[in-house]
Design a protein around this ligand. Structure first.
Ligand SMILES: Cc1ncc(COP(=O)(O)O)c(C=O)c1O
Length: 306
């Protein structure tokens, strides 16, 4: 919410592009998912959000560079920025296709709009430098949460000084909160980040993730199931569909009844996955190789029963 206000204040423009299937918290103007595609005004997803609050939100499909170009062409000098999860993980998990993030970087620079990475999920998870380090793309603003609080509630956003100086009290964009900079949350967050910086846990997460990926893909093949297993680092998702998944429409082709049966079958085997097709799964350093093997064995049994 604050990052958008800052982007609007800095560029003196109103419109924001967001992608179908990306979630950015419960800010009114972003509670829009799948309008009828590029260039249409979004319809609010939640009761209590006036239509007019989403009139400046342009919703387009992920991984479609031409839809981005069309939105800019239709709204010259009106787009304050593009906000996205660089690796969307709120409609399952699908990856940016090669060149897509680069395209967003180029097009926003060309039109003096801001590129805003919502790294609430990917930040400090895909690596110490998040998705932006992994994909070598520097956004103008970044948003964080979750990991940076070390288990306590927190949110943060940042960018280069030229933009951040637009915030009050130096600049004219208002931002404040009773619990801003809460010392207990800050202490927990600093401790968590120090652990992550000092212990290089990311290689471990990568190799455990690879183990899970190899095992689950093989289990699906042996069970003759059409499963699209997506993984990046410690994040993963399995879609029950034969087609490749690169955006929300593709994700919706997943057989959710099958997912539900898979979920309950896994639960009976003692493995508790996220209870929705559209939640990503996460590995943590607490998951041992033995835990992963147990998960693969359980999946091999359950997939054969589907
Ligand atoms: C990518 C992303 N952005 C923003 C949020 C919102 O974070 P919070 O619930 O802390 O406002 C979430 C929450 O899951 C998220 O996944």
């Amino acid at each position: 919410m604050s990052a958008l206000r800052l982007a609007r204040g800095f560029t003196q423009r109103d419109k924001i592009i967001k992608f179908e299937g990306c979630y950015h918290g419960h800010v009114d103007s972003l509670l829009v998912k799948a309008g009828s595609g590029a260039l249409t005004f979004g319809n609010p997803d939640s009761a209590g959000v006036p239509q007019s609050f989403t009139d400046h939100t342009i919703v387009i499909p992920f991984n479609r560079p031409k839809a981005v170009d069309a939105a800019f062409a239709a709204n010259p000098d009106k787009i304050a920025g593009i906000i996205l999860e660089p690796v969307p993980a709120n409609a399952g998990l699908y990856l940016p296709q090669p060149g897509f993030l680069e395209h967003l970087r180029e097009v926003t620079s060309k039109h003096q709009s801001l590129l805003i990475f919502d790294e609430v999920m990917t930040g400090f998870r895909l690596g110490f430098g998040g998705a932006q380090q992994r994909f070598q793309i520097q956004p103008d603003l970044s948003c964080f949460g979750k990991i940076i609080g070390g288990g306590l509630p927190v949110g943060a956003f940042g960018g280069r000084a030229e933009i951040m100086d637009y915030l009050a009290p130096i600049g004219s964009v208002y931002q404040a909160g009773t619990l801003s900079g809460n010392p207990i949350a800050m202490a927990a967050g600093i401790a968590a980040l120090q652990e992550l910086r000092n212990n290089s846990l990311y290689n471990l997460l990568e190799s455990r993730g690879q183990l899970l990926e190899d095992g689950l893909k093989l289990a699906a093949k042996n069970a003759n199931q059409d499963v699209r297993f997506h993984r990046i680092g410690s994040m993963f998702c399995a879609y029950f569909t034969a087609q490749s998944v690169a955006n929300l429409d593709d994700a919706m082709t997943s057989d959710r009844d099958k997912f539900a049966k898979f979920f309950h079958g896994m639960l009976e085997q003692g493995i508790y996955l996220a209870p929705s097709q559209f939640e990503a799964g996460f590995l943590s350093t607490a998951h041992s190789e033995q835990d992963i093997q147990q998960t693969i064995d359980a999946a091999a049994t359950v997939l054969k029963q589907l």
